[in-house]
Design a protein around this ligand. Sequence first.
Ligand SMILES: [Zn+2]
Length: 571
Amino acid sequence: MRRITRSQFFRESATLGAALGLGYAPALAKEAEQAANAQSQTGATSAPDVVLVNGRVITIDPSQPKAEAFAIKNGTFVAVGSSDAVRNLAGRGTQLIDAAGMTVLPGFIDAHSHPTMAGFAATTQVNLDVRSIAEVQRRLRAKAAVTPPGDWVIGFMYDDTKVAENRMLTRRDLDEAVPDHPVFVTYRGGHIYWANSKAFEKAGITARTPQPAGGQFYVENGELTGLISENAREAFNGLWPSTTTREQRREGVKIVSSMMAASGLTSVTDAEASLDDFIAYQDAHQAGEMTFRIYTLMQPPVYEKLKAGGIRTGFGDEWLKVGGVKYVADGGAATRTMYMSTPYVGRPNDYGILTMQPEAIKEAVAEAHSHGWQVGIHANGDRTIEYVLDAYDAALKRWPRPDARLRIEHCSLVTPRLLERIRDGGYIPTPFYTYIYFHGEKWVAYGEEKMRMMFAHRSFLDYGIPVAAASDYTPGPFEPLMAIQSMVTRKDIHGRVWGSNQRITVDEALRVCTINAARASFEESLKGSITAGKLADFVVLENDPHDVDPDRIVDIRVARTVLAGRTVHQG
Ligand SMILES: [Zn+2]
């Protein structure tokens, strides 16, 4: 094997690159040249660690939008160009990836997600985000087989609208699968649950149990159906251990980061990180088990501690970075509780729920912004967004900071006036990117008129606002290809179109999911495009999203995901 130094690689490849017209990072090439001169006595040479050739490389870099190949050294792209030119850079120790004409893109970035919600649960519970009740039963049965008698089997992420049967679970479904262990299943969006007979027995609930205030055990023909809602869940509190160990949480990051890598994601923002989350990311990363990069919006108590230690936004490295502080100012879009200036369809007195008063928003923003922190506030409804903008404008006026990139998490329902204010303040919205596709049945509560201004990717782009990609997983699916289809077609799973005026093109959707998302964490010079000098995170897709039927983008296979030059998923 040819052992060579990084600097000599740069010297050789820079010379060759100049001859072949390859794209280089000028600063890197210069630095490399200087280092190479200093070390020219050693006799060693340097080749890239990895080269990819024969790709349809969509770089998302306007200075060189298309390429066939690139070279990677020390986790960074070092050259981008034609297959012939890049192949010439390879040495004996270089790993060669032949993309075989497949489409290559920068790794996808999700600027608002909650990876540990599912990650931690997955270490002890059963993931029921599946497409049939038979599969639900199979997974529960498999878990019961390795669970000691009497212990609970807990399932999460079930959604009645996503299974072929298109119905709620029943006590009978669960009894059939698992007769001898208590079983409890949580709905994907919370609020409703299902239990089997053993579970009701353990909780002491029968069909004759009085119904609790603010909740229900559903009964039909004198029997429990298995469905439980809201406060009725309290009957099950404390019946199984609700906490995870530090080991399990580390394992949870490993599980969820591999799930996300399989979808093509290479960077994710945890939009509400707790102390446990932050420790788990560090543990998983140090163990070499974390297959994504993480930027964190901190929960306020963690933010307080970090701030007391003198830490501010940007602390950390390209694997795990302290981002901003996160606040929540209103209800949800999918839960139909966001706070708006106009009421919900069929609920003339219901404008939603404001969870933080305007004065409290102002105080929180002033405090964090004046300490050098980026702020991200969950604000879905137009009225809530207005309050957040008032607070942001006031803070920037009092403590001017160029490029503060204050964020509006979700920013679901906008108006032309709000769009102007978001543009003028340089604020970053992170609207849900898979919601149109995945949660269609909920949009009736808003109606077509509001939907024309909800998840308004087209409007943001038209106003020149760098709208960022955001799943809000687990409430929304994280898969970027589903997101691209959702933003391009504005069509839900059942084929119904919501707010077609907000459609964006495939090219625009790709930018939202890469360079725009990188910008939301101040990292657009580090990632978000295939450019020499940037981190070597990329994804290989079996088909080009430009070429397939827009209604089938979700089905494109992710052939490979590469993080810092290392393959972390092969499909
Ligand atoms: Zn969220």
